[in-house]
Design a protein around this ligand. Structure first.
Ligand code: SF4
Length: 186
């Protein structure tokens, strides 16, 4: 008997909450845009060490981030909306990471993968940044050293939830501006 698994056919994304009747469906613009964004996130992998290798496994056919609409990685910040930071970030690299973040267009989200990116990990030394949230805001943290691909996928699903439910006005809100100001970002 073959080991090849036959997977289910691709499923359509659930439609957002709304009102429907014969021949019509009505919902809010926020929800429609949220659904589209959620299923077409373009990640920028900022990988510096071993967590990056684990991310490669997450992208490969067994786990396949393409199932969540995120198979299109972007190595240009201007064409990405999810910054995935994975690996040890040396203090010298901090300004580069920040520049990449600043070059991304709004709306943008940040996922910190692994202990090193989230807290410096085992490298409690003078040369390693003790967490990327010291220089840029982070939306989702994925713990582990390294996290398994299932955890990375779970992190992406958490990002999808944020993306789906985010108001179109959030980026203009005083709260968001205050968050950016806290990091010295315009
Ligand atoms: S968290 Fe662990 S696996 Fe990930 S970059 Fe740091 S040392 Fe490597």
């Amino acid at each position: 008997m073959s080991d090849v698994k036959i997977y289910d056919k691709p499923k359509l994304s659930n439609s957002p909450l709304g009102y429907e009747g014969p021949g019509f469906f009505a919902t809010s613009l926020d929800k429609a845009v949220g659904m589209a964004r959620k299923n077409s996130i373009w990640p920028l992998p900022f990988a510096t060490s071993c967590c990056g290798i684990e991310f490669m496994a997450t992208m490969a056919s067994h786990y396949d981030l393409g199932r969540f609409g995120s198979e299109r990685l972007s190595f240009s910040p201007r064409q990405a909306d999810l910054l995935m930071v994975m690996g040890t970030i040396a203090k010298k690299m901090g300004p580069i990471l920040r520049q990449v973040y600043e070059q991304m267009a709004e709306p943008k989200w940040v996922l910190s993968m692994g202990a090193c990116a989230s807290s410096g990990g085992i490298f409690d030394t003078y040369s390693v940044l003790q967490g990327i949230d010291r220089i840029i805001p982070v939306d989702v943290y994925v713990p582990g050293c390294p996290p398994r691909p299932e955890q990375v996928i779970d992190g992406l699903l958490q990002i999808q939830k944020l993306v789906e439910n985010e108001s179109l006005r959030r980026r203009d809100s005083e709260e968001y501006k205050a968050l950016q100001a806290k990091y010295g970002l315009e």
